[in-house]
Design a protein around this ligand. Structure first.
Ligand SMILES: O=P(O)(O)OC[C@H]1O[C@H](O)[C@H](O)[C@@H](O)[C@@H]1O
Length: 270
């Protein structure tokens, strides 16, 4: 429950998320892998730790995992402002984080409520998804063609993506803006495809530290960079502006695409 970080997601008994072998679970720092919850800041923060406090704060378990009538498993977490959060960010807030597990899907529904009567709050929110991959150099990411991106490896310079599909062959740290609701990532675990469907998350961050940066990260193995790819749905290039008494909602669905039916059909047609 520390940071409400999802640290494992198995489909057909195969792990889909990357967690570093050096990750620390002591609750003092963010877990290196899984899906940390980034809020209220993305990136360095003058008031607190990089990527905000949500990923290092203890959340409440509102509803423990429970099987619903339709077979889905649901769990609900929540986070409210407290002394610790207000010491960095003096706002009242209430976050509800609802997770739904299906056979090949994991759904994330987020609601952020501003209970204040007079204060508008602004924040970033991002799901820092670490996908486990056999070899990142073989992954292709769709849906980024034509999008403007900020390249953090080149002093935040802005570019436009010219490639139909994006591949990662070097240190990569980019904030793609106004991305479509769907990305497909090829060659994840077992050579399958992963669909990321997002709602109210206008940005997609692509990150892999590669060789040199990996060495600089204490809780990340030097040899682990080929086995992870971060594809992060977020609201980060512009902040969410939340008026008093209103709520912001966003969601993400991760889905493993099993193409068995297609190949069976192809065989029959032969
Ligand atoms: O080391 P962390 O604080 O978890 O951040 C890990 C990474 O997160 C994001 O992907 C940022 O774009 C990167 O610049 C950052 O290095």
């Amino acid at each position: 429950m520390c940071g409400a970080t999802v640290v494992s997601w198995r489909v057909n008994n195969q792990e889909q998320l990357f967690v570093s072998k050096l990750a620390s679970f002591d609750g003092k720092k963010a877990i290196r892998g899984g899906i940390p919850f980034v809020f209220p800041q993305f990136g360095p923060w003058s008031f607190g730790a990089q990527h905000g406090f949500a990923r290092i704060t203890r959340w409440n378990l509102e509803r423990p995992p429970e099987r619903l009538h339709n077979g889905d498993v649901e769990a609900i977490f929540s986070l409210m402002d407290n002394e610790f959060t207000r010491s960095m960010w003096n706002y009242q807030f209430r976050i509800t984080y609802r997770l739904i597990l299906r056979e090949k899907e994991l759904h994330f529904h987020i609601g952020v409520y501003n209970p204040s009567k007079e204060l508008t709050m602004t924040f970033n929110l991002l799901l820092h998804t670490y996908l486990k991959v056999p070899d990142v150099r073989r992954c292709q990411i769709t849906g980024l063609h034509g999008c403007t991106f900020m390249d953090k490896t080149r002093n935040d310079a802005m570019y436009q993506e010219g490639r139909e599909v994006v591949t990662v062959n070097e240190w990569t740290d980019r904030i793609y803006q106004h991305t479509p609701q769907e990305h497909i990532i090829t060659n994840v675990v077992s050579g399958r495809k992963m669909r990321i469907h997002k709602y109210n998350f206008p940005d997609t961050v692509i990150w892999n530290p590669w060789i040199d940066k990996a060495r600089e990260i204490g809780d990340f193995g030097d040899d682990e960079f080929p086995n992870m790819l971060c594809v992060e749905a977020g609201h980060v290039s512009s902040p969410v502006i939340l008026l008093p008494g209103t709520a912001f909602e966003a969601s993400q669905i991760l889905q493993i695409i099993i193409e068995g039916n297609v190949s069976r059909k192809t065989k029959r047609n032969r």
